[in-house]
Design a binder for this molecule. Structure first.
Ligand SMILES: Cc1cc2nc3c(=O)[nH]c(=O)nc-3n(C[C@H](O)[C@H](O)[C@H](O)COP(=O)(O)O)c2cc1C
Length: 359
């Protein structure tokens, strides 16, 4: 039985943590992962175009309204996961300077948890990412009795987060889906190096999608795995079926090349599946950098595309499909229960095999 200290800390059966995948909804996924013995994650929503995203850039009143909408969406997700999950979960906040909503969201979250014994039992962690771990308001997380983890892409950021007093680190390499670091450090390099350099628990991710990935992370000294792209291709994940299909078929569509591309856009490096949308975003970014088009043109294209691909329309040609390099290794739609059982079973078999072959 593979149990690590992270299982005790988060009170979970298996050392498998579902990655945050905002701005999309992951409440159904979080319920399924938590109920299957892993750790679920409610993702951080973002203002949508219909929330007044563009007005909010210029107008303070519109900004507050957009923040209220995001807060409402997040609290609906937290309440629902709290009620339905048969296990524990966390909430992600991207704490970048471009996210002025986080202090409001955090206060609302802590207030709700304080009132609800069910949430006090299941909502164990706030995972911060994409920003400065030393912001003073983040101390409220631990003062309220929750664990504070931070996602980092390098030893430098890991040490900074450790110094700020985090309870643990999620370390993700450049293979990961969604936003990646400006400096391309891969999982194989960054996870073991961070483990050596810090004293807090480390969870490794970026490209991890099966039992061999779990064994590799344990070999590097991590205490568990952080999994995003693989969890998209589960029956319970609320992402559009066409998105799941695009990931499953990527190894057929791209037999000789990587299935993903990293674009810069307005919000920084972002790993997508290759499709007409991501290629165009790549080109538009270059035009923005050479001054041919404005930042607002790219912002509009990037933001609209993000919602076109997911849920509502399922447009996998002309919309963003955020996914990691592991897409090429994902061939089957499963339930979260089947996936987690498979990962654990495969990891145990590998360890058994190693013991027979290599002692
Ligand atoms: C669709 C999608 C959305 C993501 N959104 C977020 C986010 O809101 N916050 C965050 O910290 N990371 C986000 N990420 C990154 C993941 O949390 C995680 O680092 C990554 O999925 C791990 O690599 P993998 O996809 O290879 O498993 C996102 C990733 C994906 C695929």
């Amino acid at each position: 039985m593979i149990k690590t200290r992270i299982c005790d800390m988060l009170e979970i059966e298996y050392p498998i943590i579902q990655a945050a995948m905002g701005p999309f909804d992951t409440k159904d996924l979080a319920v399924a992962v938590a109920s299957a013995g892993g750790f679920g994650m409610v993702s951080h929503p973002a203002p949508r175009i219909e929330d007044g995203l563009f007005e909010a850039i210029q107008d303070e009143k519109a900004k507050q309204k957009a923040i209220e909408n995001v807060k409402e969406r997040m609290m609906v997700a937290v309440r629902e996961v709290g009620q339905k999950a048969q296990g524990n979960f966390g909430v992600n906040f991207r704490v970048a300077p471009e996210q002025p909503d986080v202090p409001f969201l955090l206060d609302a979250l802590l207030e709700e948890r304080e009132k609800d014994p069910n949430l006090q039992k299941k909502l164990k962690m706030v995972l911060c990412s994409a920003g400065d771990p030393t912001q003073p308001y983040l101390k409220k997380i631990q003062e309220a009795g929750m664990l504070r983890f931070h996602t980092v892409p390098s030893v430098y950021h890991a040490k900074k987060a450790e110094k700020s007093g985090v309870d643990g680190l999620i370390v993700t390499g450049y293979e990961a889906g969604g936003h990646v670091a400006y400096e391309p450090l891969h999982t194989f390099v960054v996870v073991p190096e961070v483990v050596k350099e810090v004293n807090v628990p480390v969870i490794g991710g970026g490209g991890v999608c099966d039992g061999s990935g779990l064994v590799a992370m344990l070999a590097f000294g991590a205490l568990g795995i952080y999994v995003g792209t693989r969890f998209i291709v589960t029956k319970e994940c609320e992402f559009n079926d066409k998105v799941k299909e695009a990931i499953i078929t990527s190894s057929i569509k791209f037999p000789k090349e990587a299935a993903t591309i990293v674009t810069q856009g307005v919000y920084g490096p972002l790993r997508h599946l290759k499709n007409p949308y991501s290629h165009k975003l790549y080109e538009l970014t270059q035009k923005m950098q050479s001054g041919e088009i404005s930042m607002l043109d790219v912002l509009l294209y990037e933001t609209e595309g993000t919602y076109r691909a997911k849920g509502t329309e399922g447009n996998v040609e002309d919309g963003a499909i955020w996914a990691g390099q592991a897409a090429l290794r994902i061939h089957e739609l499963m339930t979260c229960n089947e996936l987690i059982s498979d990962i654990m079973h495969e990891a145990q078999e590998i360890l058994k095999d190693f013991a027979e072959k290599y002692t």
